[in-house]
Write a protein that binds this ligand. Structure first.
Ligand code: NAD
Length: 424
């Protein structure tokens, strides 16, 4: 078998190396032939755009954005849009590939995609951010659409950004197309429960994993890296279910409180301009220290490449639930396996977001909207079913949950490719 290596690009993002190493290992296990391996290793279609934005001071800056569609065999492309200074084509490629496997693991009818702009959105005014978003949306309108490729929020993007994309796309075609994005506000056809869906999914699989390990969720000590959309909702829901959130962090650093933190109070404190460190009773720590805290559940919910061969030997959590995409390197994975640490992998653990995005898309196509209870109930069923399928696969094949999830996901995509055949 020929291993497919990184596509040439000046600087490869570590996420791409992680995604390719995972894919090559799973392709070996599944015995994929060279043609199928090459087909699945490469993105189907990708767009790079360098586009100008008028800044508030009258100058013009050129930004670079991407949209990659990895594989469309199981349905339209689906995946978030990220705004971050380190966004690169290879990072977007990796994230798009993970979206393909993720949609297949939870068995929703989508292929994988991802997009992003290399920008620090915190350095832009609201007006600059809107103009950047609208121009980027116009540029990628060539390949996105409600039946072809449907973006959603990711790091540093949210319902506000999705509204601008929806409006820009609609202005360009001349009529309203709410189905072009998910994660939009409920007032514009968004779904109840979408904003918290990824965090809720993380909490559900954490609960299922604890049950499988014969440990109580009640009183379990939880540490969460990245207190954004995914991390903060996961923290709030696990706290509601009786767990003890003892450490959280964001890009500025972390805090630790062995007595437990109240996630809602922390969010309010932060929203009012406070620093986590100054919250009464908290100890300030670095993100590196946070990952090594003694706890029962560790949830990396920030960015890729956080648990590496350097810190994997010092992780004290017996259970890691990956809220972020690609937080663990393959070398770290091997160490965690050796140490008997259970990892609920990203493509299963954070699939709640794309699942409720799918619900949003379905509700929009039917023009008929569900209650929060209906959404949460359907999410609960899909997440627990996927968790049980992956856990059973892992037991049956004596592989880690990551290998099981990847094998299950890749197998489903292979089956779809074979059923459709090769055009022409
Ligand atoms: P977000 O922008 O809402 O939050 C990211 C958080 O991580 C912020 O608190 C930020 O300060 C923090 N952070 C950034 N760099 C950090 C660092 N080096 N160390 C510690 N914290 C850091 O983003 P999000 O939507 O919550 O996404 C987080 C992760 O979850 C990403 O990997 C994303 O791809 C993944 N994800 C998101 C969704 C979704 O629905 N939003 C769905 C699936 C997966």
């Amino acid at each position: 078998m020929t291993a497919i290596h990184a596509i040439a690009e000046p600087a490869q993002d570590p996420a791409y190396a992680i995604a390719m190493a995972q894919f090559n290992a799973v392709a070996d296990r599944l015995g994929l032939d060279d043609g199928m391996r090459a087909l699945l290793a490469m993105p189907k279609r990708e767009l790079t755009t360098n586009f100008p934005v008028k800044m508030d001071d009258g100058s013009v800056r050129v930004f670079t954005g991407y949209r990659t569609q990895h594989n469309l065999a199981r349905g339209p492309a689906k995946g978030g849009i990220r705004y971050h200074p380190q966004v690169s084509l290879s990072e977007v490629r990796a994230l798009a590939m993970w979206m393909t496997w993720k949609c297949a693991v939870v068995n929703i009818p989508y292929g994988g995609a991802k997009g992003g702009v290399a920008v620090d959105p915190k350095a832009l005014s609201q007006g600059e951010l809107e103009r950047l978003t609208r121009r980027y949306a116009s540029e990628i309108s060539l390949i996105i659409g409600p039946h072809s490729d449907i973006p959603a929020p990711d790091v540093n993007t949210n319902a506000r950004v999705m509204s601008w994309i929806l409006d820009t796309y609609s202005m360009n075609v001349g009529f309203s197309v709410p189905g072009v994005v998910t994660g939009k506000p409920v007032e514009l056809g968004g779904s109840q429960g979408r904003e918290e869906a990824t965090g809720r999914g993380v909490a559900i699989v954490a609960r299922e994993a604890m049950q499988l390990m014969g440990k109580p969720l009640q009183g379990a000590r939880v540490v969460i890296q990245g207190f954004g959309n995914v991390g903060s909702h996961a923290a709030r829901i696990l706290h509601q279910w009786g767990s003890n959130i003892i450490g959280v962090s964001d890009s500025s650093g972390g805090v630790f409180n062995p007595k437990g933190l109240n996630p809602s109070d922390m969010e309010e404190f932060r929203a009012a301009g406070g620093r986590y460190c100054d919250y009464p009773g908290n100890n300030c720590i670095t993100n590196a220290e946070l990952l090594e805290l003694p706890c029962d559940i560790l949830v990396p919910a920030a960015l890729e490449n956080q648990i590496t061969e350097r810190n994997a030997p010092s992780i004290q959590a017996p259970l890691i639930v990956e809220g972020a995409n690609g937080p663990t390197t393959p070398a770290a994975d091997a160490i965690l396996k050796e140490r008997g640490i259970t990892v609920v992998p990203d493509i299963l653990a954070n699939a709640g977001g794309v699942t409720v995005s799918y619900f949003e898309w379905v509700q929009g196509l039917e023009h008929y909207f569900w209650s929060l209870e209906e959404v949460n109930d359907k999410l609960e069923r899909i997440m627990t079913h996927a968790f049980n399928e992956v856990a059973a696969f892992s037991r049956r094949e004596s592989v880690t949950m990551r290998d099981a999830a990847l094998m299950l996901g890749v197998q489903r995509v292979v089956q779809a490719v074979k059923l459709r055949g090769i055009f022409p």
